[in-house]
Every structure is written in structure tokens, then in C-alpha cells.
Design a binder for this molecule. Structure first.
Ligand SMILES: Cc1cc2nc3c(=O)[nH]c(=O)nc-3n(C[C@H](O)[C@H](O)[C@H](O)COP(=O)(O)OP(=O)(O)OC[C@H]3O[C@@H](n4cnc5c(N)ncnc54)[C@H](O)[C@@H]3O)c2cc1C
Length: 366
């Protein structure tokens, strides 16, 4: 979110400085791990669809600007029981916004995508426009486009504090002190600390990603044959995965259900029991992966709000400060449009994008 905001500010001719605690593309926050799902028939809430449509435009524009491939369209399957939030919600969004889609039953799914074994009663919405963003490339593209537009980015320079002044803000880092007219705070899982004054109800959640190598059984996992999928099981568990990328490795993960943690103290190693639990799970729903060796696993952080909606808007007490936080495990696909929104707020004091339901005021005005 920070690199996107930096780019959009610089592209408008503003003098913009990005301050990052770690190195570019580090793995201690929320934006690493090879791949992110992008989709439009948003089961969470149709209110996100206009932002998604703009995000697709901006990702595509950034591909041109940066001369890099940032996403791969594979199609996407939203799978679950007929009354599940995933199925119902994605159908609702698709119909409301006239998004291209198909409805499939479990037999269709098994026939078209032999890697997947849904329960007999499961239904799926297939959307042809869904796919995979490559987060490292996306961040690199925003940073290089920002630099080309005149922005400066400083790494390994943690912000220690910030304070409002008469004309703007003062930001103090481990290396210096800066004055600015506006401040954009996009601190990911550290947002609670950087915005301590607001006491936002953010919960940082540890998530684990697993990669398996199907080897000779891998053909049905090729990206030409398997779309991305998000799958809600009968007990409400959410599970998602990708076709095989790179060296034929298949990435799968649970969505939520992780332990509450903090970025400084999170367990960054993955226990054998966690890998075994995932092996059991894929054995049932993607049986071709049953014997596939786990090849790697890693952890990543969600920063959840109580309603799982983002926190985007002005700091309630200091309008020269704007906030992009609480992306609740589904923010990456929006980075490009969030960058535009943050530049709107900082430069114009308003945005044309529908962000009212992300207001920080919903938590600070009890
Ligand atoms: C396992 C996993 C899977 C996901 N899958 C998807 C998906 O498929 N699709 C999707 O859309 N989203 C997905 N997400 C969510 C998405 O990745 C996040 O919502 C998004 O990356 C959040 O970006 P951010 O910029 O808010 O946070 P971050 O990427 O963590 O960036 C915050 C930055 O602020 C810096 N920072 C913090 N404090 C300071 C300070 N004091 N001084 C200087 N710098 C500071 C940090 O170092 C960090 O670089 C997933 C997340 C995870 C963890």
C-alpha cells in the first residue's frame, strides 16, 4: 500500500518521500509469498466491486508504465455449499455488477478441473477474469515507477514517531527528522503501534502458506487447467489455492483460523503438525496432492478489523494524516487503487472512490 501511494503521489507531481523500516520486498509483513489472488465477484461485499474494477485498470496501466508482467489471468472458482457465503456472496456481486460468470455444480467442477474434488452438493461460481498477482513484481513496479516520477524511498529507516504541527507533520525516524504537509500511514501489521493514539481494534493474525510438489501427478495443476479457487467448507473453514507456478509447486492455505500475534513476536517457523494438518486437508479436497511432498512453508500476517473491512480515511483528529490499514487478509489486489485513493485524500482532501464504509470513524466514535 505504501509503495502504491508513493507512486500515485509522485505521479501527480508531489514531492514524496517513502519511509520503510526494512528492505524492499522483505518478508516480515503481509505482502510477500509469491502470489496473491485477484478477483471481481467479491463474496465479501459488492461494495468492493467498483474499487476492483478500478484496480484492474490500474494494475494494467502499471504493467505498461513499469514494463513488467504483474498478473496472470487464470479464471477463478468460488466454491462452497449452495447457501455458503462464498457462493451466495459471489453470485450476488456478479449479478449486481453484470460481471461475466458461470455457475457450475460439483459434477461440472470435477469434470473441468480434475484436481478438485468438491462435495457432491457444492456449487461454484466461475469468473473468467480472476487470476494471480505477483506481489514482488507489483511492489517493485510501484517503487520503480515512483522513482521514475521523482519520489524518494528510504529503506531500513523505521519511523519512531510522528506529530502534527501547525502546517503539517513532523516525522522522526531512526536516522532523521522530516517536515511534510501531509502524512500517509500504511504500516500493515504495525498500524496499531504507529497509530497508538487511535486505539484501533486491529488484530494481527498469523497465517501459514504451504507449497506441495505433485510431480508426475501435476498436469491437472497447470495454470492452463486449474483456476485459482477459494473454497468454503461446511464448518465455515475457508481454504484457497493456486495452480502450479514456477517449478511446478502448488500453493495452498487456510484463510483465517490462525493464532493472534504481533509482528515482533510471531512464530515465523512452521510446525510439522501444521504441515500434516494441511496434508490431511488436501488429501480430501485435492486428492492428487495426497502423497505430494511438502516443499516449503512460510508465515504471513493478516491485520484484521472486527468487520473485516479496511480502514481508509483521514485520521479523525488530524486531517493532514491519512490512514490505509486493517486489510484483513484481502487487501493486496486493491493496492493499486488504494494508492490512488491515498493520493486523492492527501492532494485533494477527498476521493471519488466509494470508501465511506472504510472510515476510521466507525471505530473511534463509539
Ligand atoms: C498469507 C497471506 C495471503 C494473502 N492472500 C491474499 C490474496 O490472495 N489476495 C489479496 O488481495 N490479499 C491477500 N492477502 C492480504 C494482502 O497481502 C495484505 O492485505 C496486504 O499485503 C497488506 O499490505 P500493507 O501494505 O497494508 O502491509 P505490509 O505489506 O505489511 O506493509 C506495511 C509496511 O510498513 C512498514 N512499516 C511498518 N511500521 C513502520 C515504521 N514504524 N516505520 C517504517 N516502516 C514501517 C513495514 O515494514 C511494511 O513494509 C494475503 C495476506 C497473507 C498474509
Amino acid at each position: 500500500m505504501g509503495s502504491a501511494a508513493l507512486y500515485h503521489l509522485a505521479a501527480r507531481g508531489r514531492r514524496a518521500l517513502g519511509l520503510e523500516a526494512f528492505t524492499p520486498l522483505h518478508d516480515r509483513g503481509s505482502s510477500h509469498g509469491e502470489s496473491r489472488i485477484i478477483r471481481q465477484a467479491y463474496f465479501e461485499d459488492p461494495a468492493y466491486v467498483p474499487l476492483l474494477l478500478r484496480a484492474y485498470e490500474l494494475w494494467s496501466a502499471l504493467e505498461q508504465t513499469a514494463g513488467a508482467d504483474l498478473l496472470r489471468i487464470t479464471g477463478g472458482l468460488m466454491l462452497g455449499a449452495p447457501n455458503s457465503q462464498i457462493f451466495q456472496g459471489s453470485v450476488h456481486s456478479a449479478k449486481r455488477y453484470g460481471l461475466r460468470h458461470e455457475i457450475l455444480d460439483a459434477v461440472d467442477v470435477r469434470r473441468r478441473y480434475p484436481a478438485l474434488h468438491p462435495d457432491p452438493a457444492d456449487m461454484a461460481l466461475y469468473e473468467p477474469g480472476a487470476g494471480i498477482l505477483f506481489p514482488d513484481q507489483c511492489i517493485r513496479a510501484h517503487l520503480s515507477a515512483a522513482a521514475a516520477a521523482g519520489a524518494e524511498a528510504r529503506f531500513e529507516e523505521p519511523v519512531l514517531s510522528w506529530a502534527p504541527t501547525a502546517g503539517g507533520v513532523t516525522v522522526t525516524t531512526a536516522k532523521g527528522r522530516y517536515q511534510a504537509e501531509r502524512l500517509v500511514i500504511a504500516a500493515g501489521p504495525w498500524a496499531g503501534a504507529v497509530l497508538r493514539d487511535l486505539n484501533l481494534p486491529l488484530r494481527v493474525e498469523r497465517q501459514v502458506l504451504h507449497w506441495f510438489a505433485p510431480g508426475a501427478a501435476g498436469a491437472p495443476f497447470a495454470p492452463e487447467r486449474l483456476p485459482i479457487y477459494v473454497w468454503e467448507h461446511g464448518d465455515g473453514t475457508m481454504f484457497y489455492g493456486f495452480p502450479a507456478l514456477g517449478e511446478g509447486q502448488v500453493k495452498v492455505a487456510f484463510h483465517h483460523g490462525g493464532e493472534t500475534t504481533e509482528p515482533e513476536t510471531v512464530r515465523r517457523t512452521v510446525d510439522r503438525s501444521e504441515t500434516e494438518a494441511m496434508q490431511l486437508h488436501v488429501g480430501r479436497y485435492l486428492p492428487l496432492l495426497a502423497g505430494a511432498p511438502p516443499v516449503k512453508s512460510t508465515t504471513c500476517l493478516y491485520t484484521n478489523t472486527p468487520d473485516d473491512n479496511f480502514v481508509i480515511g483521514f485520521h479523525p483528529a488530524h486531517p493532514q494524516v491519512s490512514i490505509a490499514a486493517g486489510f484483513s487478509g484481502h487487501g493486496f489486489k486493491f493496492c493499486a487503487v488504494v494508492g490512488e485513493v491515498m493520493a486523492d485524500l492527501a492532494c485533494n482532501g477527498e476521493t471519488r472512490h466509494p470508501t465511506a464504509h472504510f472510515s476510521p470513524l466507525r471505530f473511534t466514535q463509539a
